[in-house]
Design a binder for this molecule. Structure first.
Ligand SMILES: [Fe+2]
Ligand SMILES: [Fe+2]
Length: 154
């Protein structure tokens, strides 16, 4: 099944928020989401395991940066990470009982979710971390603009 949405995700500026450790985590995350979306049935479980491990490291790092630096209003961002990890855990259970389509629906949902999360939550954290550690705001070269995405309501 073709997944053009994930190609669009790869081009999203969320890959370039200007804080290198986060940009690296996002590049890995997006690659693993795309791998899951394209995995044949026999490879779905391994692709989902790899994504779950990466998502845990990715979200844990951001949660740690927010907590260690007393980032304001971090609860909403941390809650969103926890909700995604809960979804991933639920899909792992479904895949273990042979529901491979659930993993592809998860990949599609993450493709839809990530740009808004990056634009409204990760970008604020990247800006904060650059200001704290480097004494300046991140320098970001935007490749293209996308239509605004609704801010998650929390
Ligand atoms: Fe992130
Ligand atoms: Fe995040």
């Amino acid at each position: 099944m073709p997944h053009t949405e994930s190609s669009a995700l790869l081009k999203h500026d969320g890959l370039s928020l200007g804080y290198a450790p986060m940009d690296q985590l996002h590049e890995e995350f997006i690659g693993l989401v795309e791998a899951l979306a394209q995995a044949p049935d026999h490879a779905v479980a391994a692709a989902l395991d790899a994504l779950a491990l990466n998502a845990h490291e990715h979200f844990d790092a951001e949660d740690r940066w927010m907590n260690e630096s007393a980032f304001p209003a971090r609860a909403c961002h941390i809650d969103e990470h926890a909700a995604v990890m809960g979804s991933i855990a639920g899909v792992r259970r479904r895949v273990s009982s042979g529901d491979f389509a659930a993993a592809r629906r998860l990949a599609d949902a993450l493709v839809e979710w990530f740009p808004g999360h990056a634009d409204y939550l990760d970008s604020a954290l990247a800006h904060w971390m650059c200001k704290r550690r480097l004494g300046g705001t991140p320098v970001v070269v935007h490749r293209r603009m996308q239509a605004p995405v609704a801010v998650p309501s929390h």
